[in-house]
Design a protein around this ligand. Structure first.
Ligand code: GDP
Length: 332
């Protein structure tokens, strides 16, 4: 199959659930070529009314906590329930270090062979905002292709968790028992974002620690202000190796969906996420537009220098730059 398809080919391939076409369509979305960008916008427009029919689950946790093993086991379980699962990853570290924390090893090998599963490694892009934007569009394509469970996986790096939280319905934090919050790099806010904390590797000798950690985290979560969803976060344990606790996690997610749907939170949250996405994307477009004038770039640097030398106030400099930008647009 050729690398680029026509819009009609992309659309019909996606709507018939063709995973190869879906993969190519995501590549189109990830492309930074302006012709591809235009085509990608058209494609999303075409399929937009077939999107939304899924549960979007964010999964985070430090490297080694067991994310990929969990997603593999969880994926096998939900596909066994007749669901179709798509797994997307947000890993901005891959651009910075040239080696992805998530992508180096062969991950989710078995699940990737399951014809009810679609696994897409790291989205490309050099800024988190860009990666997140493309992942959001990839979610829509997966939904149009009939995937009803969408997992967005990320690592505990920088702001990627916040970005993922803002594109999913349910946010799950995987934690190791007995590793200590410091060691796990858990920033205060992350716990507050979680709809569930799951203690991984609850098997063998680790079982006791896992149960203790469960009680501790449940206690800690009581202190977290309750979320506007009205859902109180649950702490569960699981083992991907012995396949225990997986079904309970799925049941909890269904319960959340039911709860949030009945209260109206589910739709409202998605709507707010979309509005925030729109604002974010528009800001991004404005910034790009601003950057297209070399003279403005030069003036930007010049004004920075003047600010450093205390020759101009910040406010006056910003106003001056805006006026120059307006003039540049007029003359373009
Ligand atoms: P990730 O970096 O968070 O994706 O973690 P991985 O899924 O790659 O798992 C890291 C290591 O933990 C691997 O050696 C796994 O075999 C191991 N592991 C994952 N899940 C479990 C589990 O449920 N029990 C035990 N005992 N080990 C596990």
């Amino acid at each position: 199959m050729k690398a680029r398809l026509t819009i009609d080919e992309y659309t019909s391939g996606i709507l018939t659930g063709d995973r190869i076409v879906l993969g190519k369509a995501i590549s189109l979305i990830e492309s930074n070529l302006s012709t591809d960008e235009q085509q990608a916008i058209q494609l999303v427009e075409r399929i937009i009314d077939k999107t939304g029919n899924s549960i979007r689950i964010g999964i985070t946790g430090v490297p080694g906590v067991g994310k990929s093993t969990f997603i593999e086991t969880f994926g096998k379980f939900v596909t066994g329930q007749g669901k179709k699962i798509a797994v997307l990853t947000v890993d901005p570290s891959s651009q910075l270090t040239k080696g992805s924390i998530l992508g180096d090893k062969t991950r989710m090998d078995e699940l990737s062979k399951n014809n009810r599963a679609f696994i897409r490694p790291t989205a490309s892009g050099n800024v988190l905002g860009g990666v997140a934007n493309k992942t959001r569009e990839a979610i829509l394509l997966c939904e149009a292709a009939g995937f009803d469970v969408i997992v967005v996986e990320t690592v505990g790096v920088g702001q990627s968790e916040v970005a993922v939280k803002n594109m999913v319905d349910f946010f799950l934090l995987l934690m190791l028992a007995g590793a200590g919050d410091e060691l796990q790099g858990i920033k205060k806010g992350i716990m507050e974002m979680a709809d569930s904390v799951v203690i991984s590797k609850a098997d063998g000798d680790n079982m006791k620690h896992a149960t203790e950690a469960q009680a501790e985290y449940q206690q800690a979560l009581h202190l977290v202000p309750s979320s506007i969803s009205g859902w109180s976060p649950k702490v569960l344990t699981c083992s991907s190796l012995t396949n225990t606790g997986i079904q309970e996690i799925w049941k909890m997610i269904l319960k959340f969906k039911d709860h949030a749907t009945k209260s109206g939170f589910f739709e409202q949250n998605r709507m707010q996420q979309n509005i925030a996405w729109f604002q974010e994307h528009f800001n991004h477009l404005l910034k790009n537009d601003f950057r297209r004038f070399p003279s403005i770039q030069a003036e930007f640097i010049n004004l920075e220098k003047k600010i450093a030398d205390q020759k101009i106030s910040v406010q006056a400099a910003a106003n001056e730059l805006l006026s120059s930008y307006h003039r540049a647009i007029k003359n373009s």
